[in-house]
Design a protein around this ligand. Sequence first.
Ligand code: FAD
Length: 380
Amino acid sequence: MSTGTLRRVVVVGNGIAGLTAADTLREAGFDGELTIVGDERHPAYSRPALSKALLLDGDDMSSHELPPAGHGASELLGVRATGLDLDRRLVSLDDGTALPYDRVVLATGSRARRLSDLPGEVTLRGLDDALSLRGRLATGPSVVVVGGGPLGMEIASGCLAGGCKVTLVSQGAPLILQLGPYLADVFIKAALGQGLTVVETAAARLEGSDGSTRVVLDEGGVLEAEVILTAAGDVPNTEWLAESGLIAKGAIPVDERGLVRPDVAAVGDLAAFPTPQGLRRIPLWSSAIEQAKVAARALVRGDEAPPLRFQPYFWTEQFGVSLKAVGNLPVEGEPEYVDGGPGGGPALMRWSHEDGTGDAVALNYRIPIPRLRRMTRAAT
Ligand SMILES: Cc1cc2nc3c(=O)[nH]c(=O)nc-3n(C[C@H](O)[C@H](O)[C@H](O)COP(=O)(O)OP(=O)(O)OC[C@H]3O[C@@H](n4cnc5c(N)ncnc54)[C@H](O)[C@@H]3O)c2cc1C
């Protein structure tokens, strides 16, 4: 497949996956008509910043901004894709029009998984959610956060820093599932030290009446607060593809180049790609970027383009502790300290595997990501 046969590419979704795909199409030599459709009215922005710097009072309100896009695409913002016709190669839009394409990139990401349809349930997924939450936090309300993963903990941290009384409801100890006990413990200690109340439960649900919302625990307790926020995972935005036949187990399965078929790529949070553990969604920022780069090149160059060689990278900042990790979390057991040591200071750690490779973690430690990646390799 040469670029000569390619005149029109449509990218659906203006998050980091869509933006990266558009930039990479240009880098790969595509100079035809490029259109990006995004249902948010904002230009692409950094979603991870929403639960970090942007939540904290006094931020200059630009932490989420990305450099202006250089791909020169026509950007249709505030426009939703409603359907995909694979035979006629058309993306239909909610304004009643349809965009023809030679290649299409599906990059509509995911949304917050809600625990109820109560209006009092607050979630944080988009910039508008973050701005609205910031506004509510300004008066220092009481907050219950349901969800002890990285997102729930980051939000709890931001609310505490903003002077709110915060209770975090978690199935088991916070962060254990995502980070493993050793690293989770570092964050739990920091959170408790800053005044977070943690309530562990087997399950929590939301109930509401007369406009009020409360959290009901399986064990029988009830929690009330002025703000009830849930951070309970994400759901891929695939509904607009319901008729396409492309959805499997709620996601879009792709091959090792991010392709569904030669003219269709799917990238970012909605795509399930091949990993050593099978087809998986890995809804992380770096995953979206890597997938989008590979898939955009494959749309232009076909099988000549290199396949995805993805190594997970994750970071978080909360309760005054920052973590960067390359490799497969959660980690079990104790690390070897490459620099620093236990006790809360800056530390560089490695969890080693039998084959000599390892997972590398930096806690409160300034280190370029490529160096952290090198630490995961087996010694030669
Ligand atoms: C608050 C928050 C903090 C996070 N922090 C981290 C972090 O610290 N580290 C990390 O690795 N990851 C983090 N993540 C995850 C990371 O942000 C996502 O993995 C990443 O943004 C996925 O990018 P994407 O482009 O696939 O999807 P999205 O960012 O969801 O972008 C998809 C876009 O498509 C739009 N869209 C949806 N449906 C349609 C439609 N039918 N038509 C047109 N447009 C549509 C959506 O509105 C959205 O704008 C965080 C996520 C959240 C919500």
